[in-house]
Design a protein. Sequence first.
Length: 372
Amino acid sequence: MTPIATLFDPVHAGDLQLANRIVMAPLTRNRAPEAIPTPLMAQYYTQRASAGLLITEAAAISQQGQGYADVPGLYGTEQLDGWKQVTHSVHAAGGKIVVQLWHVGRVSHTSLQPQGGKPVAPSAITAKTKTVLIKDGVPAFVDTSEPRALLTTELPAIVHTYQAAARNAVETAGFDGVEIHAANGYLLDQFLKLGSNQRRDDFGGSIENRARLLLEVVQAVTQAVGAGRVGIRLSPVTPANDAFDPDPQPLFDYVVRALAAFKLAYIHIIEGATAGDRELPDRPFDYTGLRRAYRAAGGKGAWMVNNGLDKALAQAAIANGADLVAFGRPFIANPDLVARLRKGAVLNEGDRSTYYGGGAKGYTDYPTLSKD
Ligand code: 8OZ
């Protein structure tokens, strides 16, 4: 019998050869003024390069796709130059890094949009959620603006924008791959779920129609950079950003079955509420069933699980068939999380007041074990 893999064993995810199964989950940190990645960001990611895979914070594929102050982009020359420094530095430290492709859809504010326009969405339904703007140098939570419904004729350009950003990421900025952000109530998740999608065209109504934009994006992105470099993040039941669907199991079973055909590097699942409870009594979901649906349809990508894991839960997830485990907040406070998990060492506590915005404090100044 093959012994059960540990968190510290190498694994491959599509074309990505990973030194271990511990992944740094994407974490928004709002430290990229003018959407341009900085040398400090290069330092932050490089400090964490012992993870098997780093997934960057979400990066806007266009100005329209941006919804928060000081988040990075993937569409301008200076942005790509900034990212180049990040990928070079991580690679020099032996790490692997993919960038998360982000269009926020309705989770935005007119002050961040081109010409101060309305954010775009599947339907003109305002999300009951907040976004972060910076006012007088201080992060401020404000209501998201009322969106306008995208015309059917605008959707090909959105698909093309994802594709262009993926190409920029791999060909210009030097990333090992991309993760399509289809979770947490942002544009692609808004299309999937009935609470935000009331369209009457080919992109609304049936499950097949609601999944259409997502699958067109996957097709375009994999065509541009190769499926073995592409992952996708899904959050079937998260209430984040007012995401809601009354019947998520058949919806997501359909999505992963359709994804099986693409030979992606990995499927990344947020179990439960993003950064919250893993079990939601009013939103039950069978994650093992989801993985089985993917495998039964021939899906060979690595199965990555996330949300509120500690070492024991992560090891149990691997024993139960996951290939990769993603840690978010523990990576904020523990640049050497892999070494700490290996040794069973105590973890540093993160300072929530420095999660979003600011500089080096609470970002690149967390101690490693040897310096404790
Ligand atoms: C926290 C704050 C702002 C954005 C996500 C990109 O939830 C985010 C995000 C998280 O996926």
